[in-house]
Design a protein around this ligand. Structure first.
Ligand SMILES: Cc1cc2nc3c(=O)[nH]c(=O)nc-3n(C[C@H](O)[C@H](O)[C@H](O)COP(=O)(O)OP(=O)(O)OC[C@H]3O[C@@H](n4cnc5c(N)ncnc54)[C@H](O)[C@@H]3O)c2cc1C
Length: 319
Protein backbone atom coordinates (compact mmCIF):
# COMPACT_ATOMS: atom_id res chain seq x y z
CA UNK A 1 0.00 0.00 0.00
CA UNK A 2 1.28 3.47 -0.85
CA UNK A 3 0.05 6.93 0.05
CA UNK A 4 -2.09 8.54 -2.68
CA UNK A 5 -0.08 11.29 -4.39
CA UNK A 6 -2.88 13.79 -3.67
CA UNK A 7 -2.61 13.10 0.10
CA UNK A 8 1.16 13.62 0.00
CA UNK A 9 0.65 16.85 -1.94
CA UNK A 10 -1.84 18.19 0.61
CA UNK A 11 0.34 17.18 3.56
CA UNK A 12 3.40 18.80 1.99
CA UNK A 13 1.52 22.12 1.93
CA UNK A 14 0.81 22.15 5.67
CA UNK A 15 2.99 24.74 7.35
CA UNK A 16 4.99 23.27 10.25
CA UNK A 17 4.65 19.67 9.03
CA UNK A 18 7.65 17.57 7.96
CA UNK A 19 6.69 14.45 6.02
CA UNK A 20 8.84 11.35 5.47
CA UNK A 21 7.10 8.83 3.15
CA UNK A 22 7.97 5.16 3.75
CA UNK A 23 10.03 5.79 6.91
CA UNK A 24 11.58 2.66 8.41
CA UNK A 25 10.30 2.53 11.97
CA UNK A 26 13.40 0.70 13.25
CA UNK A 27 15.16 4.08 12.89
CA UNK A 28 12.54 5.66 15.19
CA UNK A 29 12.38 3.09 18.02
CA UNK A 30 14.93 2.43 20.72
CA UNK A 31 14.58 -1.36 20.20
CA UNK A 32 15.73 -0.75 16.58
CA UNK A 33 12.90 -3.00 15.42
CA UNK A 34 10.00 -2.47 13.05
CA UNK A 35 9.34 -2.27 9.32
CA UNK A 36 8.17 0.71 7.26
CA UNK A 37 5.12 2.90 7.74
CA UNK A 38 3.29 4.64 4.92
CA UNK A 39 4.56 7.96 6.15
CA UNK A 40 5.95 9.62 9.25
CA UNK A 41 4.92 13.23 9.85
CA UNK A 42 6.25 15.60 12.50
CA UNK A 43 3.90 18.45 13.43
CA UNK A 44 5.60 21.43 15.06
CA UNK A 45 2.39 23.28 16.01
CA UNK A 46 -1.11 22.31 17.20
CA UNK A 47 -2.51 23.69 13.93
CA UNK A 48 -0.16 21.57 11.82
CA UNK A 49 -1.16 18.49 13.84
CA UNK A 50 -4.88 19.17 13.37
CA UNK A 51 -4.51 19.83 9.64
CA UNK A 52 -2.49 16.64 9.16
CA UNK A 53 -5.06 14.71 11.16
CA UNK A 54 -7.94 16.05 9.05
CA UNK A 55 -6.17 15.24 5.77
CA UNK A 56 -5.47 11.69 6.92
CA UNK A 57 -9.01 11.22 8.30
CA UNK A 58 -10.61 12.46 5.07
CA UNK A 59 -8.37 10.06 3.09
CA UNK A 60 -9.41 7.07 5.24
CA UNK A 61 -5.76 6.39 6.07
CA UNK A 62 -5.06 4.68 9.39
CA UNK A 63 -2.92 6.75 11.69
CA UNK A 64 -1.37 6.59 15.12
CA UNK A 65 0.90 8.78 17.14
CA UNK A 66 4.22 8.03 18.80
CA UNK A 67 6.89 9.98 20.66
CA UNK A 68 10.57 9.09 20.83
CA UNK A 69 9.81 5.38 20.39
CA UNK A 70 11.48 4.27 23.64
CA UNK A 71 8.49 2.25 24.81
CA UNK A 72 7.34 0.73 21.54
CA UNK A 73 7.46 -2.67 19.87
CA UNK A 74 6.71 -2.34 16.17
CA UNK A 75 5.89 -5.29 13.92
CA UNK A 76 8.52 -6.51 11.43
CA UNK A 77 5.88 -5.76 8.79
CA UNK A 78 5.77 -2.14 9.90
CA UNK A 79 2.56 -0.13 10.10
CA UNK A 80 0.16 0.16 7.17
CA UNK A 81 -0.75 3.72 8.00
CA UNK A 82 0.62 7.12 8.93
CA UNK A 83 2.61 7.87 12.06
CA UNK A 84 2.13 11.35 13.49
CA UNK A 85 4.45 12.90 16.03
CA UNK A 86 3.76 16.16 17.81
CA UNK A 87 7.23 17.64 17.97
CA UNK A 88 6.80 21.06 19.65
CA UNK A 89 9.28 21.42 22.52
CA UNK A 90 8.60 24.74 24.33
CA UNK A 91 8.98 24.86 28.11
CA UNK A 92 8.02 28.01 30.03
CA UNK A 93 7.61 28.80 33.72
CA UNK A 94 5.32 31.12 35.64
CA UNK A 95 6.52 30.98 39.26
CA UNK A 96 6.05 27.28 40.08
CA UNK A 97 3.78 26.37 37.19
CA UNK A 98 5.52 25.05 34.10
CA UNK A 99 3.83 24.78 30.71
CA UNK A 100 5.47 22.17 28.53
CA UNK A 101 4.77 21.01 24.97
CA UNK A 102 4.24 17.27 24.51
CA UNK A 103 7.21 16.92 22.16
CA UNK A 104 9.69 18.21 24.73
CA UNK A 105 12.25 15.69 25.89
CA UNK A 106 11.40 14.60 29.44
CA UNK A 107 15.02 15.11 30.50
CA UNK A 108 15.04 18.65 29.10
CA UNK A 109 12.00 19.33 31.31
CA UNK A 110 13.73 17.85 34.37
CA UNK A 111 16.90 19.87 33.70
CA UNK A 112 14.77 23.01 33.26
CA UNK A 113 12.96 22.36 36.57
CA UNK A 114 16.25 21.69 38.37
CA UNK A 115 17.87 24.89 37.07
CA UNK A 116 14.87 26.88 38.27
CA UNK A 117 14.83 25.14 41.71
CA UNK A 118 11.47 23.59 40.90
CA UNK A 119 11.34 20.31 42.77
CA UNK A 120 9.36 17.14 42.19
CA UNK A 121 10.80 15.45 39.11
CA UNK A 122 14.52 15.25 39.86
CA UNK A 123 14.30 11.51 40.66
CA UNK A 124 12.80 10.84 37.22
CA UNK A 125 16.06 11.91 35.55
CA UNK A 126 17.18 9.47 32.90
CA UNK A 127 13.73 8.17 31.89
CA UNK A 128 13.97 8.49 28.11
CA UNK A 129 11.22 9.80 25.83
CA UNK A 130 9.01 12.82 25.37
CA UNK A 131 6.62 14.50 27.79
CA UNK A 132 3.40 13.52 25.93
CA UNK A 133 4.13 9.82 26.25
CA UNK A 134 5.27 10.26 29.85
CA UNK A 135 1.80 11.62 30.65
CA UNK A 136 0.10 8.94 28.52
CA UNK A 137 1.85 6.18 30.50
CA UNK A 138 2.23 8.07 33.80
CA UNK A 139 5.99 7.53 33.74
CA UNK A 140 7.89 7.51 36.98
CA UNK A 141 10.84 6.21 38.96
CA UNK A 142 12.35 6.28 42.44
CA UNK A 143 9.13 7.37 44.16
CA UNK A 144 8.19 10.18 41.76
CA UNK A 145 5.80 10.02 38.82
CA UNK A 146 4.54 12.66 36.45
CA UNK A 147 0.93 12.53 37.71
CA UNK A 148 2.13 14.14 40.96
CA UNK A 149 2.99 17.29 38.96
CA UNK A 150 0.14 17.47 36.44
CA UNK A 151 -2.36 20.24 36.92
CA UNK A 152 -4.02 19.94 33.51
CA UNK A 153 -3.40 18.42 30.09
CA UNK A 154 -4.37 19.93 26.76
CA UNK A 155 -5.17 17.48 23.97
CA UNK A 156 -6.77 17.18 20.52
CA UNK A 157 -9.69 14.72 20.46
CA UNK A 158 -10.05 14.54 16.68
CA UNK A 159 -12.54 17.40 16.55
CA UNK A 160 -11.41 20.05 19.01
CA UNK A 161 -8.69 20.98 21.49
CA UNK A 162 -9.81 20.17 25.05
CA UNK A 163 -8.34 20.15 28.53
CA UNK A 164 -8.54 17.61 31.37
CA UNK A 165 -7.66 18.32 34.98
CA UNK A 166 -5.39 15.94 36.85
CA UNK A 167 -8.42 14.11 38.23
CA UNK A 168 -9.98 13.78 34.78
CA UNK A 169 -6.76 12.21 33.47
CA UNK A 170 -7.52 9.14 35.65
CA UNK A 171 -3.90 8.48 36.56
CA UNK A 172 -2.85 5.29 38.26
CA UNK A 173 0.33 3.20 38.20
CA UNK A 174 1.72 3.49 34.61
CA UNK A 175 -1.75 4.40 33.37
CA UNK A 176 -3.79 7.41 32.36
CA UNK A 177 -7.20 7.76 30.73
CA UNK A 178 -5.39 8.56 27.47
CA UNK A 179 -4.63 4.83 27.22
CA UNK A 180 -8.40 4.28 26.92
CA UNK A 181 -8.63 6.98 24.21
CA UNK A 182 -5.71 6.13 21.97
CA UNK A 183 -6.70 8.65 19.30
CA UNK A 184 -6.48 11.60 21.70
CA UNK A 185 -3.26 13.51 21.11
CA UNK A 186 -1.66 15.22 24.09
CA UNK A 187 -0.38 18.65 23.03
CA UNK A 188 0.82 20.27 26.25
CA UNK A 189 0.52 20.18 30.01
CA UNK A 190 0.62 22.50 32.97
CA UNK A 191 2.74 21.08 35.77
CA UNK A 192 2.93 22.38 39.34
CA UNK A 193 6.26 22.03 41.18
CA UNK A 194 7.40 22.47 44.81
CA UNK A 195 9.95 25.05 45.89
CA UNK A 196 13.31 23.29 45.73
CA UNK A 197 17.06 23.70 45.72
CA UNK A 198 18.93 23.82 42.44
CA UNK A 199 22.23 22.24 43.55
CA UNK A 200 20.58 19.46 45.59
CA UNK A 201 18.21 18.58 42.74
CA UNK A 202 20.99 18.60 40.14
CA UNK A 203 23.14 16.35 42.32
CA UNK A 204 20.24 13.92 42.84
CA UNK A 205 19.49 13.78 39.10
CA UNK A 206 23.18 13.24 38.33
CA UNK A 207 23.42 10.29 40.73
CA UNK A 208 20.23 8.72 39.44
CA UNK A 209 21.32 9.12 35.79
CA UNK A 210 24.63 7.41 36.59
CA UNK A 211 22.85 4.49 38.30
CA UNK A 212 20.40 4.18 35.40
CA UNK A 213 23.15 4.33 32.77
CA UNK A 214 24.87 1.41 34.52
CA UNK A 215 21.63 -0.61 34.39
CA UNK A 216 20.42 0.52 30.95
CA UNK A 217 23.50 1.58 28.91
CA UNK A 218 22.42 4.53 26.71
CA UNK A 219 23.17 2.62 23.49
CA UNK A 220 21.24 -0.50 24.55
CA UNK A 221 18.38 -1.30 22.15
CA UNK A 222 15.61 -1.99 24.67
CA UNK A 223 12.50 -0.51 26.28
CA UNK A 224 13.74 -0.39 29.86
CA UNK A 225 11.89 -2.84 32.12
CA UNK A 226 9.72 -4.85 29.78
CA UNK A 227 7.04 -6.08 32.21
CA UNK A 228 5.03 -4.04 34.71
CA UNK A 229 5.73 -4.43 38.40
CA UNK A 230 2.89 -5.47 40.72
CA UNK A 231 1.17 -4.03 43.72
CA UNK A 232 1.41 -6.74 46.40
CA UNK A 233 -2.31 -6.38 47.15
CA UNK A 234 -3.19 -7.16 43.51
CA UNK A 235 -1.24 -10.43 43.31
CA UNK A 236 -3.15 -13.71 43.14
CA UNK A 237 -2.82 -15.88 46.27
CA UNK A 238 -0.15 -18.33 45.04
CA UNK A 239 2.14 -15.55 43.79
CA UNK A 240 1.65 -13.40 46.91
CA UNK A 241 2.49 -16.31 49.21
CA UNK A 242 5.75 -16.95 47.31
CA UNK A 243 7.18 -13.41 47.54
CA UNK A 244 9.77 -12.90 50.32
CA UNK A 245 9.01 -9.85 52.52
CA UNK A 246 12.32 -8.18 51.58
CA UNK A 247 11.29 -8.08 47.90
CA UNK A 248 8.30 -5.82 48.64
CA UNK A 249 9.26 -2.17 48.22
CA UNK A 250 6.63 0.50 48.98
CA UNK A 251 3.89 -2.12 48.48
CA UNK A 252 5.28 -3.11 45.05
CA UNK A 253 6.81 -6.39 43.88
CA UNK A 254 9.18 -6.27 40.91
CA UNK A 255 8.15 -8.42 37.94
CA UNK A 256 11.89 -9.14 37.74
CA UNK A 257 11.70 -11.22 40.94
CA UNK A 258 9.25 -13.71 39.38
CA UNK A 259 11.29 -13.80 36.17
CA UNK A 260 14.50 -14.43 38.05
CA UNK A 261 12.89 -17.29 39.96
CA UNK A 262 12.02 -19.04 36.69
CA UNK A 263 15.59 -18.75 35.47
CA UNK A 264 15.29 -16.49 32.43
CA UNK A 265 18.46 -14.41 32.81
CA UNK A 266 20.60 -14.76 29.69
CA UNK A 267 17.85 -16.55 27.73
CA UNK A 268 18.10 -15.72 24.00
CA UNK A 269 16.03 -16.24 20.87
CA UNK A 270 17.86 -15.16 17.72
CA UNK A 271 19.17 -11.64 18.28
CA UNK A 272 16.91 -10.89 21.27
CA UNK A 273 18.21 -11.56 24.76
CA UNK A 274 17.28 -11.29 28.44
CA UNK A 275 20.10 -9.41 30.20
CA UNK A 276 22.44 -11.63 32.24
CA UNK A 277 22.18 -9.21 35.17
CA UNK A 278 18.49 -8.19 35.09
CA UNK A 279 15.63 -10.63 34.41
CA UNK A 280 13.14 -7.87 33.43
CA UNK A 281 15.43 -6.36 30.79
CA UNK A 282 15.10 -7.70 27.26
CA UNK A 283 17.20 -6.19 24.50
CA UNK A 284 18.12 -6.45 20.85
CA UNK A 285 21.68 -7.75 21.00
CA UNK A 286 22.04 -7.15 17.24
CA UNK A 287 20.14 -8.31 14.20
CA UNK A 288 17.04 -9.29 16.20
CA UNK A 289 13.50 -9.23 14.84
CA UNK A 290 10.16 -8.38 16.40
CA UNK A 291 9.03 -11.97 15.79
CA UNK A 292 11.95 -13.18 17.93
CA UNK A 293 11.15 -10.61 20.60
CA UNK A 294 7.50 -11.74 20.75
CA UNK A 295 8.58 -15.38 20.97
CA UNK A 296 10.91 -14.60 23.86
CA UNK A 297 8.25 -12.58 25.71
CA UNK A 298 5.76 -15.45 25.27
CA UNK A 299 8.31 -17.86 26.75
CA UNK A 300 8.86 -15.60 29.79
CA UNK A 301 5.10 -15.24 30.36
CA UNK A 302 4.53 -18.99 30.12
CA UNK A 303 7.28 -19.77 32.61
CA UNK A 304 5.96 -17.29 35.19
CA UNK A 305 2.37 -18.43 34.67
CA UNK A 306 3.25 -22.12 35.01
CA UNK A 307 5.13 -21.59 38.25
CA UNK A 308 3.13 -18.80 39.99
CA UNK A 309 -0.28 -18.80 38.21
CA UNK A 310 0.49 -15.17 37.48
CA UNK A 311 -0.01 -13.24 34.24
CA UNK A 312 2.78 -10.77 33.71
CA UNK A 313 1.85 -7.83 31.50
CA UNK A 314 4.08 -5.83 29.20
CA UNK A 315 4.71 -2.18 30.08
CA UNK A 316 5.61 -1.48 26.44
CA UNK A 317 3.08 -0.49 23.77
CA UNK A 318 2.64 -2.55 20.58
CA UNK A 319 2.28 -1.23 17.07
C1 LIG B 1 16.29 2.43 29.05
C2 LIG B 1 14.87 2.74 29.38
C3 LIG B 1 14.50 2.98 30.69
C4 LIG B 1 13.18 3.29 31.01
N1 LIG B 1 12.85 3.54 32.32
C5 LIG B 1 11.59 3.90 32.63
C6 LIG B 1 11.25 4.23 33.99
O1 LIG B 1 12.07 4.20 34.89
N2 LIG B 1 9.97 4.60 34.24
C7 LIG B 1 9.02 4.65 33.25
O2 LIG B 1 7.87 5.03 33.55
N3 LIG B 1 9.32 4.35 31.97
C8 LIG B 1 10.57 3.97 31.64
N4 LIG B 1 10.89 3.65 30.34
C9 LIG B 1 9.84 3.62 29.32
C10 LIG B 1 9.75 4.93 28.50
O3 LIG B 1 10.86 5.72 28.68
C11 LIG B 1 8.51 5.73 28.89
O4 LIG B 1 7.36 4.94 28.72
C12 LIG B 1 8.40 7.01 28.05
O5 LIG B 1 7.41 7.83 28.64
C13 LIG B 1 8.06 6.74 26.59
O6 LIG B 1 8.22 7.95 25.86
P1 LIG B 1 8.34 7.97 24.27
O7 LIG B 1 8.27 9.40 23.84
O8 LIG B 1 9.53 7.23 23.83
O9 LIG B 1 7.00 7.21 23.86
P2 LIG B 1 6.76 6.17 22.66
O10 LIG B 1 7.45 4.90 22.98
O11 LIG B 1 7.06 6.80 21.36
O12 LIG B 1 5.19 5.97 22.77
C14 LIG B 1 4.60 5.27 23.85
C15 LIG B 1 3.10 5.43 23.78
O13 LIG B 1 2.75 6.78 24.04
C16 LIG B 1 1.74 7.22 23.16
N5 LIG B 1 2.01 8.65 22.90
C17 LIG B 1 3.19 9.19 22.56
N6 LIG B 1 3.07 10.53 22.46
C18 LIG B 1 1.77 10.82 22.74
C19 LIG B 1 1.01 12.04 22.78
N7 LIG B 1 1.59 13.23 22.54
N8 LIG B 1 -0.32 11.96 23.07
C20 LIG B 1 -0.91 10.77 23.32
N9 LIG B 1 -0.24 9.59 23.30
C21 LIG B 1 1.08 9.62 23.01
C22 LIG B 1 1.93 6.41 21.90
O14 LIG B 1 0.70 6.23 21.27
C23 LIG B 1 2.51 5.12 22.40
O15 LIG B 1 1.52 4.15 22.57
C24 LIG B 1 12.20 3.34 30.00
C25 LIG B 1 12.58 3.09 28.66
C26 LIG B 1 13.89 2.79 28.36
C27 LIG B 1 14.31 2.54 26.94
Amino acid sequence: MTVPVEVLRRLSQVEGLRVLPGAELRHHTRFRLGGPCLLLADAATPLAFQEAYRILASSNLRWTSIGAGTNLIVSDDGYAGAILRYSATEITADVRTVTVAAGADLNALIDFANVHSLAGMESMAGIPGWVGAAIYGNAGAYGQSIHQRVESVQFFDGAAIREWTNEECGFRYRHSRFKDHKTFQILSAKLKFEAGNREAQQEKSKQIRAARDAKFPPAMACAGSIFKNFLLKDLPEKARAAVPANKVIEGKVPAGWFLEEVGVKGLQIGGIKVADYHANLVYNAGGGTTAELLALLAELKTRVNDRFELSIEEEVQFL
